[in-house]
Design a binder for this molecule. Structure first.
Ligand SMILES: [Zn+2]
Length: 95
């Protein structure tokens, strides 16, 4: 049996992913990767707070975190890297 115990951050990340509809990359739509391979991509222009920073200092999915998550789409780390490098362009109306 695995001795691996999920830490608070991982549990909160799982809850945050569920809140946004579960593991489903908004670009390539894969849903089979481990949770650590999914990121939250801010797609609205409003000045964002860093989701992973927020999750690190919180211990539950509170209203503030939910409000920030609603400005994000779930994206896998491969696609996120390409978005950051502007290889993939996400427009608000096609995701
Ligand atoms: Zn993807």
């Amino acid at each position: 049996m695995s001795q691996y115990k999920r830490n608070n951050y991982e549990i909160l990340k799982e809850q945050a992913l569920e809140f946004l509809g579960g593991k489903d990359c908004c670009v390539c739509h894969n849903n089979y990767l481990p949770i650590c391979c999914y990121d939250f991509h801010h797609y609205k222009n409003a000045k964002e707070e860093n989701i992973s920073g927020m999750m690190q200092r919180k211990n539950k999915l509170d209203e503030e975190l939910k409000q920030e998550l609603l400005k994000c789409k779930v994206i896998c780390s491969n696609c996120h890297r390409q978005v950051t490098s502007r290889i993939i362009v996400i427009r608000n109306d096609n995701i």
